[in-house]
Design a protein around this ligand. Structure first.
Ligand SMILES: Cc1cc2nc3c(=O)[nH]c(=O)nc-3n(C[C@H](O)[C@H](O)[C@H](O)COP(=O)(O)O)c2cc1C
Length: 194
């Protein structure tokens, strides 16, 4: 098989997606959508996350040093897409959404009830780069829907039930690889009150 060189791209390298939950200065919860998220191991399991440019999520993390990472599933994809396409500095971003938000059990972070797997993360180190920031985080707690507990011996069944969404090529895909639409499309199904 012969290779061709390409410009830098992560096409065909699927990534899972997380909604980062933070509190703004006025105490309101904000959620943003992120895929540059992976794991590190330095004696214990941790998380590394990259945020590019300036955004409300990053300002909130700088202030509080904590955030939640809520796994994106097919059920919450429209909401997740909305959170990724609407700037948190627009005051109306979080208005009129019918969201169940609870508090972390260990950290003061907003947790999205509809997401079945949630990390409570504390930033141990900020690494500034030219156009963004990498954060190395301790996992202070992991929350999981109790209904998933009974399926712990069957990971195939458990993953099918969770239905995590993947992204590559500026599109969303199901765990089984079904095309779920281009970035910016699923948010059309988000309903707002008022
Ligand atoms: C599919 C998808 C993945 C994204 N992943 C990232 C990411 O990993 N890092 C990042 O800085 N921004 C990412 N974004 C952009 C942020 O979600 C976007 O800037 C959003 O407005 C952040 O929320 P906030 O403005 O409330 O902070 C992504 C957007 C989409 C649609």
């Amino acid at each position: 098989m012969s290779k061709i060189s390409m410009k830098p791209t992560n096409d065909y390298c699927p990534q899972t997606l997380f909604l980062y939950g933070t509190y703004s200065e006025d105490g309101k919860a904000d959620f943003g959508l992120f895929c540059w998220f992976s794991y590190i191991h330095d004696g214990e399991l941790g998380v590394m996350a990259c945020i590019g440019g300036s955004k409300r999520t990053l300002d909130n993390i700088h202030r509080n040093k904590v955030f939640s990472a809520n796994l994106v599933t097919e059920k919450i994809l429209p909401l997740a897409d909305y959170m990724g396409c609407v700037d948190g500095n627009k005051p109306e971003k979080m208005d009129g959404l019918n969201l169940d938000i609870e508090k972390g059990r260990v950290l003061d972070v907003p947790v999205l009830t509809a997401s079945p797997v949630n990390y409570e993360l504390e930033v141990k180190q900020f690494i500034q780069t030219e156009g963004g920031e990498v954060m190395l985080c301790s996992i202070r707690n992991v929350l999981q829907d109790e209904l998933l507990g009974g399926k712990k011996d069957n990971s195939t069944e458990k993953l099918a039930e969770i239905a995590p969404v993947q992204t590559t090529c500026e599109r969303y895909f199901s765990w089984e690889g079904k095309n779920l639409g281009a970035w910016g499309a699923p948010m059309a199904d988000v309903k707002k009150n008022g």
